[in-house]
Design a protein around this ligand. Structure first.
Ligand code: HEC
Length: 691
């Protein structure tokens, strides 16, 4: 830390005031909305993107390019449990976060002491158990309450002081639908809004706004049309003409699992919508039509939920592309004109800058390799290559893959540097039609719909990067390459810094102007969740959660070397400030051993059958190739597959259901045996490779 930095900090601490230049003093009792405004000064981080406009930007500047070298640990709190790849929030010196299946924690930021813990028992309350278990990616604060969605579809308000439930309401029927909520609720004007996600069964996406005090439903907006003969909602009236056939039988998709932003100036809510369901438009919509409002940004009236405008990024989505990545609002000068814009970097590899008064595209460019076509900015629409729809049994190499060039870990926009910082992924995949489309029926309980077949590109090693873009010129300003994908969400600050946690366990601070690494800290555990910053009594803090959980299952084998075993990786809330002197207890994570399995008899045919079942039922929680980087145990390291009885008790009979391991009562003895064989084979092969 520089001398000047030390002096500024000392003065700030002495006076007990914010050392941030130009920050207004904190009002004694700010209204809930005041804490979410861009003019708030940044003392708190009350919601997912901090403000309504969701820039993931802190206007605090005590920690800056010069002082950051003095940034040190202040407190650490061991979270334990399942998923911790989530973003915390902070209000009045208390940090809140939802770990595991939305277990809410309140922790004193300065001491790291737990104040309360609230468990919604989401796994126990789900019907057949959870078929997709991402866990929570974020929560929100409003007027003395903490809001969370749950894996079984409830929206819950908890008293921020006591941790007692105030109200809870189902947002869908978990007895009927294997859907889930992983995204953060967003709050504005006394309303709380939430969507849901899924890749199973029949899905017609919607978002619902509730009264924040009572939980009473205020409005609901459907993302895709229903059956025009029956459904009279606004979306069906506007959008049904962009669909063909009998899409409503399968739902159509549009599950909106992550992105919203509220615009207090225009009274609008922006919704980043989900992908088509089933994935392949040939099945969903007779191969025709744009299929509104899939893969779009939709603006609705925040009071009523009435449609205002939309911009569709990927008409006729057939690749699991969605526009559900974070939406960030800003005022930019483009061609000499001041514009109110929103920015979105969805899966398709482009950064879109859209006029939020009318939905018109202003600038767009690809920051990653793209093969599906391009965006015609003047025409304001995507120009898609016909081959990208994998016609006539053809195979297409799709850039970016269905994992996207950008996934849920949020980007950041700095109004100081005027740059956008995107945690990017570099990966393609092959895609072609699934088997026998003419006789396709929607699978009920399996992941993936079978209307297309995705493949890895042989020999390709996916990578990642942190890329800084000028949203006005769409020029790349700098890029930091990473050897793997799966790096964390981003925060920018007025101190000229960009913070990001990486899968190798480092929390890093880069110079926002040129991408130079200025500071980094070895947390000893992989990081995916985004950091936040806030101030208490004039001192600026940075907090982040370490550990994986809401991780993409495909990353497991790529990042195994970083110690991603869910049983041993350290899930912690870490808080930093200038002159922090705390030391981190025991940092290294050593995976559990893969035990010898002396009775194992290889049976390739059984293992093959088991592999298909594993992909359909287990992969999203337990990881590709049985390498887990998610919240569920690494099964190669589990003793359970050694015993057919134990295996049956866990998988078929639901012994661990309340902990989040769903029962699969529909699996036959042969199928269980095939699964067991596949898992033991994976363990055996890994052990052999190690020795
Ligand atoms: C929704 C996510 C999810 C799905 C899907 C899922 N699991 Fe699990 N599984 C879990 C979680 C979470 C645990 C840990 C439960 C606990 O801590 O008691 C677990 C535990 C297990 C265990 C016990 C491991 C041990 O050492 O304690 C086995 C075996 C297992 N799962 C196998 C499977 C198989 C096989 C499938 C597919 C048929 C499957 N799981 C599907 C989440 C899932």
């Amino acid at each position: 830390m520089s001398l000047a930095g030390r002096a500024a900090l000392a003065i700030g601490l002495l006076l007990g005031v914010s050392a941030v230049a130009g920050a207004p003093p904190k009002a004694a009792h700010p209204t809930p909305a005041a804490r979410y405004l861009d003019t708030s000064g940044g003392a708190d981080w009350p919601g997912y993107g901090r403000t309504f406009g969701e820039q993931h930007y802190s206007p605090l500047a005590q920690i800056d390019r010069n002082t950051v070298s003095g940034l040190g640990l202040v407190s650490s709190f061991d979270v334990g449990g399942l998923n911790s790849a989530t973003q915390p929030i902070e209000v009045d010196g208390v940090v809140y976060f939802g770990a595991g299946y939305s277990v809410i924690h309140a922790v004193d930021a300065r001491t790291g002491k737990l104040l309360w813990r609230y468990d919604p028992h989401a796994a126990a309350r789900s019907n057949q158990g959870l078929r997709l278990g991402w866990g929570s990616r974020g929560i929100a604060w409003w007027n003395g309450k903490i809001y969370t969605g749950t894996e079984d579809g409830r929206l819950i308000a908890v008293d921020a002081k006591t941790g007692k439930e105030v109200w809870g309401t189902p947002t869908f029927d978990p007895q009927k639908h294997p859907w889930y909520i992983s995204g953060a609720p967003r709050i504005f004007d006394g309303k709380v809004v939430i969507g849901f996600g899924t890749d199973i069964g029949i899905v017609r996406g919607y978002v619902t706004a509730y009264d924040a005090e009572t939980g009473k439903q205020a409005w609901r907006f459907y993302i895709v049309p229903g059956n025009p003969a029956v459904d009279k909602d606004e979306t069906t009236r506007i959008a049904a003409k962009t669909w063909s056939g009998e899409w409503w039988k399968y739902g159509g998709g549009g599950a909106t699992w992550n992105a919203f932003a509220y615009d207090p100036e225009l009274g609008q809510l922006y919704i980043g919508t989900g992908n088509g369901w089933p994935w392949n438009r040939k099945v969903r919509s007779e191969g025709k039509g744009d299929n509104l409002f899939l893969s779009s940004i939709v603006a609705v009236d925040a009071k009523t939920g009435a449609y205002r405008w939309h911009y569709q990024c990927n008409p006729g989505d057939s690749w699991d592309y969605n526009a559900a990545m974070d939406i960030e609002l800003a005022d930019l000068t483009i061609d000499g004109q001041r514009r109110k814009v929103l920015m979105n970097a969805p899966k398709d590899g482009y950064l879109y800058v859209i006029d939020r008064t009318n939905g018109k595209l202003l600038t767009a460019a690809a920051y990653e390799k793209v093969s599906w076509g391009h965006v015609d900015v003047a025409a304001g629409k995507a120009v898609q290559r016909p081959e990208a729809f994998y016609p006539d049994g053809q195979t297409f190499e799709l850039w970016p893959s269905s994992a996207g060039a950008h996934s849920w870990p949020p980007m950041a926009y700095s109004p100081a540097s005027k740059l956008v910082y995107i945690p990017a992924l570099h990966m393609s995949m092959t895609v072609h039609d699934g088997p026998d489309l003419a006789h396709w029926v929607p699978p009920v309980n399996a992941v993936g719909d079978g209307t297309n077949t995705l493949g890895a590109v042989p020999g390709q090693v996916p990578t990642g990067s942190l890329v800084a873009l000028d949203p006005v010129t769409q020029k790349e300003v700098w890029r930091v390459p990473y050897p793997t994908p799966a790096n964390g969400g981003v925060m920018a600050t007025a101190g000229g810094l960009v913070f990001q946690g990486t899968v190798d366990g480092r929390l890093r601070a880069y110079d926002a102007a040129d991408g130079k690494l200025i500071w980094s800290y070895d947390t000893g555990a992989p990081i995916l969740g985004p950091p936040i910053s806030y101030s208490i009594a004039g001192r600026q803090y940075v907090s982040i959660l370490t550990g994986l959980g809401t991780t993409m299952a495909v990353w497991g084998p790529l990042i195994e070397k970083y110690g991603v075993d869910p049983a041993t990786q350290k899930r912690r809330l870490l808080t930093f400030a200038l002159d922090g002197k705390a030391t981190l207890p025991q940092v290294k994570t050593v995976p559990r051993p893969i035990h010898a399995d002396p009775d194992f008899q290889p049976d390739a045919a059984k293992a093959d059958a088991g592999s298909a079942l594993y992909i359909a039922h287990c992969v999203l929680c337990h990881g590709l190739a049985v390498v887990s980087a998610t919240h569920a145990p690494d099964l190669r390291r589990s003793p359970v597959p050694f015993s057919a009885d134990a295996f049956r008790a866990v998988i078929h009979d639901g012994l661990l259901k309340d902990n989040g391991m769903p029962p699969f009562a529909e699996l036959s003895s042969d199928q269980l045996e095939a699964l067991r064989q596949y898992i033991r084979t994976a363990a055996h092969d890994s052990r052999t490779a190690q020795h």
